[in-house]
Ligand binder design. Sequence first.
Ligand SMILES: Nc1nc2c(c(=O)[nH]1)N[C@H]1C(S)=C(S)[C@@H](COP(=O)(O)O)O[C@H]1N2
Ligand SMILES: [Mo]
Length: 313
Amino acid sequence: MIIIKKSWEIAESEVTPEPLYLRRREFMKAAGTIGGALMLSPWSSAQGALEIGAYQGNAVTLDEEITEEDAANSYNNFYEFGTGKEDPMQKSKRFTTDDWTIVVSGECEKHGSYGLEDMVKPFTVEERIYRLRCVEAWSMVVPWLGIPLGSILQSFQPTSKAKYVAFKTLHDPVRMPGQQRSVLDWPYREGLTIAEAMHPLTILSVGMYGKTMPNQNGAPIRLVVPWKYGFKSIKSIVGIEFTETQPQTSWNMAASREYGFYSNVNPTVDHPRWSQKRERRIGDIFKRDTLMLNGYADEVASLYDGLDLAVNF
Ligand SMILES: Nc1nc2c(c(=O)[nH]1)N[C@H]1C(S)=C(S)[C@@H](COP(=O)(O)O)O[C@H]1N2
Ligand SMILES: [Mo]
């Protein structure tokens, strides 16, 4: 397989300032992987569980400290396993994701039920180091492993009527005990415009910190949309539907005044109950300013040309 890099996909050695580059090398060593600009054969499979083999070196990186892996794996929002920050880590230990299938439906040519491995195997897994900004005003920097969502969606051949993409999390109150309480209208649902879904920064992530996705972070596959509040990055996806109209989304259904469909990170639009101007980076003592579109404005602001972001929050 030959991989042609997009203009913005630059090897870490070409773009990363040296101190971070060195830290990255140490991190890759610690994770027991080899960092390289282009590495193929992304998948290997053992006993049903999805394992990540070699992956492409990071195409998007940040000159910011990566959050401690332990913190990213123990301070989570995943209400399917409880509403406490440590519930997902503690209560998802026995969650199994073998033989995971994803149903693709709606406005596309190739609907059907896809096994996870079959769906992702044709694509190269890349490392993307992104900020994650929760609507609750905390944030992290996470090295995700994933595939551009757009590449996967194109393979389903969306029709011209596909204006939105809707995602659904597994609904199984036995395996996801948090669903035995109606804190949300299960299953968890999210959605993007087709332009947002096709944007090269949007990924489906299958791992982090050089490893297969931990259960508490949304195993085996979750969305990562780095310029939107964290709740848009839906975990443990079992359904992808192309729609003509704007899909319903869980937090908007729960409190439409507080959580809009777009939910772009925006320090100038406060949540009705708290300010969004600043955030607590997990591991830091002092708060820092929240950046417009979480620091990705150069890449994505054009998606919202002519849209009033205070109205379309
Ligand atoms: N299915 C599902 N996806 C979800 C959530 C959830 O409760 N259920 N929480 C969201 C929220 S609020 C955030 S901030 C991120 C947190 O991702 P992390 O735990 O990997 O940091 O996941 C999002 N995805
Ligand atoms: Mo969040």
